[in-house]
Design a protein around this ligand. Structure first.
Ligand code: XMP
Length: 319
């Protein structure tokens, strides 16, 4: 794509001008945006860049392995893999308010990046894969009054005391454009085509308190749902699909036993930029199959419901 080739070389020049001889830390979330930002910045400044992948226990099944393999083996870009599960889980204990959870996670990511920056003798910049819709939605909502809908952790959620300046080379782009740029940079189709995944991860898909146990339950349900979507050949037709673990228990029956376990909600939407979204109209037989598998295979869930809310008035994520 000629336009993206131009964007790529213009951005590389811009990044070099902004960063000079400084050092940059790039936080990888497991999503497409931060990966594309990292590869672009690496192309611009090479080993002045240190990529940090933080595992706070709020990633999807297999995500850490995939990201580490992509960067270390495919790109040969050095990557620090931080095991920060205790830090995140201890801090999330007792937090139930969605914004409090988002703010804690944003702050804790920065703490980890700060600590990693110290280890390399200080960094001057923090790089993030912030997109245009992230910028808009953290400030106001289209057509409405200027209110914060959610503190996206890669925009509004950053603490003011942060010492590093921001490098955000994707700030003018929409998701579909980031994918074109990713292909231009040689990312595999499988990686570029991945559904978006928010920085605060599974924590905002577990309304109420986040615990290790609930993250494990959600990871299993989510993996089954996505496996069925892939097997049905529907993955690429959907913008984003994921499971949500609700803080509600319901009564059920398994064999001749009464159960009293959590409810899981399934979400799937189509969208072009995440700003508006329509519910994906699955065949009911597909949803039954997923529900049966989740209830049979995931201990802790005994009921599955489908979320039929478009955006607006709903948001894509539940928190
Ligand atoms: P909502 O829930 O606001 O989400 O309709 C719109 C899109 O943004 C993603 N999202 C985030 N991405 N950091 C991110 O990088 C965040 O804090 C964040 N919150 C939501 C969401 O998954 C959807 O694709």
């Amino acid at each position: 794509d000629w336009t993206m080739a131009e964007f790529r070389s213009a951005k590389i020049a811009e990044i070099r001008a902004q960063v000079g001889t400084g050092k940059v830390i790039c936080g990888l979330s497991g999503g497409v945006d931060s990966a594309v930002a990292a590869v672009l910045i690496h192309e611009a400044i090479g080993d002045q860049l240190t990529c940090v992948f933080v595992d706070g226990g709020i990633l999807r099944a297999g995500e850490a392995e995939q990201v580490v393999a992509l960067f270390r083996n495919h790109y040969n870009i050095p990557l620090v893999h931080v095991q920060a599960q205790d830090l995140f889980m201890d801090g999330l204990a007792g937090l139930t308010d969605p914004e409090a959870k988002r703010k804690f996670i944003g702050k804790t990511f920065i703490d980890v990046f700060d600590a990693e920056a110290k280890k390399i003798g200080g960094a001057d910049f923090l790089a993030q894969g912030t997109l245009y819709p992230d910028v808009i939605e953290s400030v106001s909502f289209t057509g409405g009054p200027s209110v914060t809908i959610k503190s996206h952790h890669n925009v509004g959620g950053l603490p003011e005391r942060m010492n590093m300046k921001l490098v955000e080379p994707l700030r003018e782009l929409f998701k579909d454009e980031v994918r074109v740029l990713g292909r231009e940079l040689g990312l595999t189709e499988a990686f570029v085509g991945r559904h978006p995944f928010p920085g605060p991860g599974l924590a905002i898909r577990i309304p109420g308190e986040v615990t290790r146990e609930r993250c494990d339950i959600l990871r299993k349900a989510d993996a089954i749902y996505l496996e069925e979507i892939r097997n049905a050949g529907l993955y690429d037709a959907i913008w984003q699909a994921f499971a949500v673990l609700l803080p509600v228990r319901s009564v059920g029956v398994m064999g001749d036993h009464r159960t009293y376990d959590s409810v899981c909600a399934l979400r799937a939407v189509t969208s072009t930029d995440g700003m508006t979204a329509d519910v994906y109209p699955f065949d009911p037989a597909f949803l039954s199959r997923v529900a049966t598998r989740i209830v049979n295979e995931v201990a802790g869930i005994n009921r599955v419901v489908y979320d039929f809310t478009s955006k607006p008035p709903g948001t894509i994520e539940w928190e």
